[in-house]
Design a protein around this ligand. Structure first.
Ligand code: GLA
Length: 381
């Protein structure tokens, strides 16, 4: 009897222990202040393998992701800043949710139901990633934090009618879920109260060797796409669907990112200062998420497999990282020190009838589910 009582008491005490190191955890904490005084919060998700994902309310951004290598050694594999304010003073879209319209809209102009709209011009003559104050630069509200085997956090942002020139009040939810298969899922959902255009993606910069560890050009990238959409000198698609066969853009069999990147014969690589292009995974959105890219780092053995139902994939080889940003580990980020993979509709879709439609009407729900699956491969060397 005494023993049983004692055992029960111990068991209850164990239940009451802090859950910091427990499986399926989600913890909320302050992350620092913006130059305007705004307070940024962070939610850190942890699964039962010790993998962690930290999401901050500024831009609903993925601020860190720690993963084991083939020996079980953990490293943070996404680029970012240690201080909240640097995300504003040296913006790079690190980990950010980009919208309302990820990627470029030519001259920042489009027409919807006969009405002309002008967006802010912030990239040469074009509008990039939602304008001068896109989703990456606003504080989102945490609406739900959940623990359990697949901890998650949901953040909301309500973009008012006319925000950055876009019509309709857009209500956007971003849910990050980390499961015990080492899979991070981002669910973007949006609704509107008036016809509008939407294209939301995530702009995480990956370095599977660990942020600040150097170049990603040895990483072997596979993109299962037969075509890409070539661009003009301002990185706006020309409207052509060009076969990847015989070009530097053929990643169908998998090849190191850097193998052809210095190929002076390819004007498209010159225009983008490296890879900065949309691959056509399919002409239309798929019924469900399928593999859109795979990246394997031969040094650490870490592998990222990316799934989405979106028709397009922007692959950007960190060309504009110019050695002026100091990251989380105090190391400088230079050109080619990360890659970005953004599942989305094709750039400039509102002005390119052959690309489909970016339209969202009241009563419809926009959704973009992005799944990052992490694994390791290869023998030790
Ligand atoms: C996207 C664009 C790039 C660049 C980055 C941010 O990936 O396609 O050209 O603007 O965002 O630096």
């Amino acid at each position: 009897m005494t023993l049983t009582l004692r055992a029960t008491a111990l068991w209850l005490a164990a239940l009451a222990l802090p859950t910091v190191a427990a499986a399926g955890d989600a913890t909320r904490a302050a992350f620092g202040k913006l130059p305007d005084g705004g307070a940024v919060e962070a939610v850190t998700l942890r699964n039962d393998h010790g993998v962690t994902a930290r999401v901050i309310t500024l831009g609903a951004s993925l601020q860190s992701l720690t993963l084991p290598d083939r020996h079980g050694k953990m490293a943070d594999v996404v680029l970012g800043y240690p201080a909240a304010s640097t995300y504003i003073t040296q913006p790079q879209y690190f980990g950010a949710t980009v919208g309302r319209f990820a990627n470029r809209i030519a001259k920042g102009q489009f027409t919807l139901d006969g009405k002309h709209y002008q967006l802010p011009i912030n990239d040469g003559p074009n509008s990039l990633h939602g304008g001068t104050k896109g989703f990456d630069k606003v504080l989102w509200t945490i609406t739900r934090v959940s623990k359990g085997p697949a901890p998650s956090v949901t953040l909301r942002h309500v973009s008012p009618d006319g925000d950055q020139g876009y019509p309709g009040t857009l209500t956007v939810d971003a849910t990050y879920t980390l499961d015990d298969n080492n899979q991070l899922t981002i669910d973007y959902r949006a609704t509107t109260d008036a016809p509008t255009i939407v294209n939301i993606s995530n702009h995480t910069y990956w370095n599977l060797g660990g942020e600040g560890s150097g170049s990603v050009l040895d990483d072997v990238l596979t993109i299962p796409a037969d075509h890409f959409t070539p661009v003009d000198a301002t990185l706006i698609p020309t409207g052509e669907f060009r076969a990847v066969a015989g070009t530097d853009y053929d990643f169908r069999q998998g090849k190191p990112i850097g193998r052809d990147i210095r190929d002076g014969k390819e004007p498209q690589l010159l225009q983008g200062h490296g890879y900065d292009m949309n691959w056509v995974i399919s002409r239309h959105k798929a019924a469900k998420a399928r593999l859109v890219a795979r990246v394997a780092d031969p040094h650490s053995g870490r592998v990222l497999s990316l799934y989405s139902a979106q028709p397009g994939l922007q692959f950007y080889s960190g060309n504009f990282l110019d050695g002026t940003s100091v990251g989380k580990s105090g190391r400088i980020y230079r050109q080619g020190d990360a890659f970005v993979l953004e599942p989305q509709i094709f750039p400039d879709t509102p002005n390119q009838p052959a690309f489909g439609s970016a339209r969202l009407d009241p009563g419809q729900t926009y959704d973009n589910r992005i799944v990052y699956r992490f694994s390791v491969e290869g023998a030790a060397h």
